[in-house]
Design a protein around this ligand. Structure first.
Ligand code: NAD
Length: 506
């Protein structure tokens, strides 16, 4: 490590209720708008991960026995602290991720919604009860916590995605180990600190930083009972395979290529701004970003492209520290270069590059990882700009002739995270909703991210596992059922030896 790197502030693990002030190995964390390192983050070894899991297991024993109302009270206080510290959290997100302050606030609010849902744990965890299933016999099902559960999260929502996981895991009575993205780990540390301030007992929530070694250690540890993962599809698939092979419950949410169908009757006054926000907000680094506009007919395609051009020219690209910015940089130099390579490939493959986001310069930020908003027209399904998740501010227009063709196109794609349709025709919207093999559908809603009391998840290679994340599915994911059958016989009921398989009701 050179002297310059050594002097950068350290983001250590958060274990047993406090931040660990030293680390044996570290990696640089960048401010992507400046293009230079601003911190170092610890990288956990397998041994360190093992120690954290043991601490979490110890904390689980008492936490899981607390009345559910006490666990929910921690969430009520946590919500208040998140609201008190919103600006601090959003600054940390913006500095390391690059997204605007408003966008960071948007993600935090969606995370707080999950915390609000978790506050209702008493109601959610009631279980089911049946009286008199036989003479003097009652039966019920309980939802019991699993033990230590782990969350592995991506860079693009450093506060919201962890909060898709841990609020519900914790109120269900589990202990949690979070492995946030090593690219923007600061937000996770604030969340950990606020949970401690909210009264969460030490060791119930821990953060370990790191890369593959730390993740592999979590996947192999016998005390880790379940793993929630959100990230790219190749890693999601590998984590699902390895976690389930090790006997764990796993939900692994992967990548996306989200299509927006624009019907000939679409209200473009509404669809154009919606499309601009959904394609270029957060520099396109959202798993629900719209990256393909499927126009039904050349007339609407031509009108859409003509109206997107001036709207794109008005997008202000810059650093979140600058005033009135709409879009920040992408996360790393490697990501910037990868996006630029895709743009070159799209041109070579014969797509029309209508607006080119390469070579953009941002005042005072010559080294920043910026890519400007980009638009391709006449994109064909075989091109890499269509098939691959670019994860940058790139929108591809594909022209088809009918709605049926649009649906078939979407269904042939490997991903099935989100999609939407812009139309004034209820029948078309209904056919679309029925026909698309996609987990989340919007009708004149470009980013149909479900509210906290409906679960989030894609289909096909956008999700590995059965249960979606947050909402009612999270209750099932973070608990297991115990069915109890109980008899308190009254003196009038004689016990008889039964050799036949028991039938309680007779
Ligand atoms: P990523 O897959 O590179 O990393 C995600 C997590 O996995 C990080 O914590 C990282 O440290 C860890 N990781 C990376 N390589 C690993 C390896 N070889 N073995 C074990 N762990 C590894 O994803 P990212 O670049 O941080 O995030 C962007 C991706 O996440 C995009 O593909 C995006 O679509 C996806 N995403 C999906 C959703 C969803 O809900 N489906 C939500 C947000 C992001």
């Amino acid at each position: 490590m050179n002297v310059e790197t050594k002097s950068l502030p350290l983001i250590g693990h958060f274990v047993g209720g406090r931040a660990v002030p030293e680390a044996s190995r570290t990696q640089e964390v960048f401010d992507p708008a400046l293009g230079r390192a601003v911190a170092r983050v610890a990288l956990a070894s397998a041994e360190e991960v093992g120690e954290v899991v043991e601490i979490a297991q110890l904390a689980f024993k008492t936490w899981s026995k607390l009345p559910v109302a006490k666990r929910a009270q921690v969430m009520f206080r946590f919500k208040a602290l998140l609201e008190r510290d919103t600006d601090r959290i959003c600054q940390a997100i913006s500095q390391q991720h690059g997204k605007t302050h408003d966008d960071a606030k948007g993600e935090l609010i969606r995370g707080i919604e999950v915390v609000e849902y978790a506050c209702g744990a008493g109601q959610l965890l009631k279980g089911e009860h049946s009286r008199d299933v036989g003479p003097g016999i009652d039966a019920w099902s309980e939802l019991r916590p699993l033990g230590v559960v782990a969350g592995i999260t991506p860079f693009n929502f450093p506060a919201m995605v962890p909060m898709w996981m841990f609020p519900m895991a914790l109120v269900c009575g589990n202990a949690f180990v979070l492995k946030p993205s090593e690219r923007d780990p600061a937000a996770a540390m604030i969340l950990a600190e606020l949970l401690a301030e909210a009264g969460l007992p030490d060791g119930v929530f821990n953060v370990v930083h790191g890369g593959k070694e730390a993740v592999d250690a979590l996947l192999a540890h016998p005390l880790v009972k379940a793993v929630s993962f959100v990230g790219s599809t190749p890693i999601a698939e590998a984590i699902y395979k390895s976690g389930t092979a090790n006997g764990k419950r796993v939900q692994a949410l992967g990548g996306a290529k989200n299509h927006a169908v624009v019907m000939p009757d679409a209200d473009l006054d509404a669809a154009v701004p919606a499309m601009i926000g959904a394609a270029y907000g957060s520099a396109g680094e959202r798993c629900m970003a719209i990256s393909v506009a499927v126009c039904v007919g050349d007339v609407v395609a031509d009108r859409l492209v003509e109206r997107l051009k001036p709207a794109m020219a008005a997008i202000k690209v810059g650093a979140c520290s600058q005033p009135r910015i709409d879009m920040g940089p992408v996360i790393t130099k490697a990501s910037q270069e990868k996006i630029q390579a895709y743009l070159a490939e799209g041109v070579a493959d014969g797509a029309d590059l209508v607006v080119d986001g390469r070579g953009i310069s941002v005042e005072g930020h010559p080294e920043g990882f910026f890519v400007g908003p980009t638009l391709f027209d006449k994109v064909k399904p075989g091109m890499s700009i269509y098939t691959d998740e670019i994860f940058g501010p790139v929108l591809c227009v594909v022209r088809v002739e009918t709605l049926a063709e649009a649906i078939a196109l979407i269904n042939a794609h490997e991903f099935g995270n989100g999609t939407c349709i812009f139309t004034r025709d209820g029948e078309a919207a209904r056919d679309f909703t029925d026909g698309v093999e996609v987990g989340m559908v919007g009708i004149n809603v470009p980013l149909p991210v479900p509210v906290a009391y409906h679960s989030f998840g894609g289909w096909k290679r956008s999700l590995f596992g059965d249960l979606h994340i947050y909402g009612p599915d999270s209750l099932r994911f973070y608990t297991r059922k115990k069915a109890v059958t109980q008899r308190w016989p009254s003196s009038g009921i004689a016990e008889k030896t039964q050799f036949a398989f028991p039938n309680l009701a007779r």
